[in-house]
Design a protein around this ligand. Sequence first.
Ligand code: ADP
Ligand code: ZN
Ligand code: ZN
Length: 731
Amino acid sequence: MRIVEILIEYASHTLDRPFSYLYEGKKNIGPGFRVLVNFNHRELMGYVLSVKSTDKTSEQLEEESGYRLDYLVDVIDESPLLNEDLFSLARRVSDYYLAPFISVLQSMLPPSLSPRKSSLKAPKIAYDQYLSIKRYSEEDLTDKQIEILRLIKKEGKILKREVGSPSVVEKLLSRELIKILKEEKRRLLIPDYSLQKPPLLTDDQQRVIDDFSKSDDSVYLLQGITGSGKTEVYLTLCERELEKGNSVLFLVPEISLTPMMMEYFIRRFKHQVAILHSELTPAEKYDEYRKIARGEAHIVIGARSAIFAPLEKIGLIILDEEHVESYKQDTTPFYHAREVSIMRGEMHKAKVLLGSATPSLESRARAKNGIYHLLRLDKRINEQKLPATKIINLADYHNIDRESYIFSLSLRDELSKILISHQQAILLINRRGFSTSVSCRNCGYLFRCPTCGIALTYHKGDNMLKCHHCDYVQVMPETCPECGSKYLMKTGFGTERIEEEVHRLFPEARTLRLDSDSTKVRNKIPSIIESFRKKTADILIGTQMIAKGHDFPDVTLVGIVLADIGLSMPSFRSSERVFQLITQAVGRSGRSDKIGKAIIQTYNPSHYAITYGARQDYEGFFQKEMGMRKLQNYPPYYFLASLTISGKKEETVITQTYNAVDYLNDQLGDKAVILGPTTPYIARDHLLFLRTILIKYRDYSAIQETLIKLIDLYAKKSGVNIDVNIDPYNF
Ligand code: ADP
Ligand code: ZN
Ligand code: ZN
């Protein structure tokens, strides 16, 4: 008999402790195996933490402890899910982020291997059948049979389904001249790009590579302006690691947005590359994961969770566009791939390279203080000039085009020049949909999401009102539900409206639209990007998605239709976000031999995020913004942690949040500043009411114990739930 300690699949603090079960079966079982158990009358998945043998019977055990242990239902795996490295990484992540351990495992593993009951239905291994020679003899064979036998001999091994004549194959099989080999199939189709010879490095690129290679530091920040050739630096550094026999983890924020990046890597490294990102099907993820675990991939390219890829002998971890917020997971365990990459780098003694044209303030400040080693690329390849930018004040009516309230005279003029000269333009509006809100002219009723409470956005294409926070949708009504009036007013505008406006003003223009509505269809994004690169359209209209890392050689105009969106968001990061967005978007213009232009339309023409963004002046912005952060005690001067307390009864949530604030003030004294309770921007999450507390602190070790105690305390309370977010983004 064995006693098995497990974690169950529910990721909550209340259940984040081992439960014991008995096992009498014959299957192999140990730490890291998944098992099925009955828990509170439900069959759930469990993750084994430890196994002990005992000579006692279940009755004896019951007598000793006073309660009865259940038997496991079944053992799922034949070997542990994670190797020791990954297991200890999971521990570190769970300790740092104060997250239920099971939630970290669930984030680490692909759906088919996740410790969740749903994984049982997820895809398993698929095989390909190959044919090879078993015993070569042409005796008594027909010409057809000999032909195929010779073909198999010549090829060594050949895919069964690719051999034309199944009946001949069956014959050869039945005579035992050939045999079937089963091999694991890779369901992800990777385009077969030809190998490409690398370009000659520029002096600047060479200098950065030498500096990196000679240094013993562990974390590096490569700050290189848009178009300065960072990708080639990454590729060369990867090559060097492979030569040393090491492997490389290469992270990009959203790989589906940068199909070019994948192409560069495949051209350089071919089948050594494995790919892990959210657009893959569960089957593809499973295959890629196994390919990595078998040691067949030496480079893994992927999004956030690829930081957990089961790669061994890692020599280098690269995070491209390190400032992008999708590196932070916005659900439990709320980890940030940058912090995890540094943890993993330490464990493997691997170097970590963060790259960006607009580094996050946190990273740049660390580089300034010598915590990260700063590397810089300050010139564009071929010394190409940065685009000439113009800020247009929308509040000045002289700038406004009478025929269009959306485009200024300058932007309209530049767009027409683009169309005449057959170049390309990008129009950015950081909001999808047609209009931002719909309200009643008669009574003022505003259409809101019934689950989150925020205003619904009108989408004209399908005549729907959609919530941009959750997945709520409803058909656009004809009349006001309050007063019955027919006069419903649509205010604000998004990508859909801009596209309509372009068509109205320039009927001949060919447009493409890229926003997160496009992600609803698999592989739609790369195909839009590809087709814009191939010049099937003149103007690409999109949200911040189009600002990221693309290289469109014929784009010579970038128009930011309304730069202010985001500035009014209640977040200490709003200026940083707007600055990054402008800099990155403007950087898409004029990347090959043609000089680019950019037009920035705004109601706040003198806001520093906009003026520094227009000038592409990172240093200037950094100085100014650091001053602001210092004044307000925000990162990088202070660290943040946020607590969200949720429950079905608003009163209970409010009382419990006040209690938590008192507790924290009491325990932490002057070690932290406690703000709250506050009602978050999105105050409801389905049927739960939410309140938050923000903690500002300088030394995590001084507050960690208190937070753990508070979590334990709330884990035992009924009616409320507590979530902790270390280094939160949305404040
Ligand atoms: P970044 O990522 O810094 O914005 P990219 O890596 O996209 O810049 O490089 C910009 C352009 O310069 C790309 O088209 C790239 O192919 C080209 N490029 C990069 N390095 C070299 C080089 N050493 N010689 C010639 N062209 C280069
Ligand atoms: Zn009304
Ligand atoms: Zn909603």
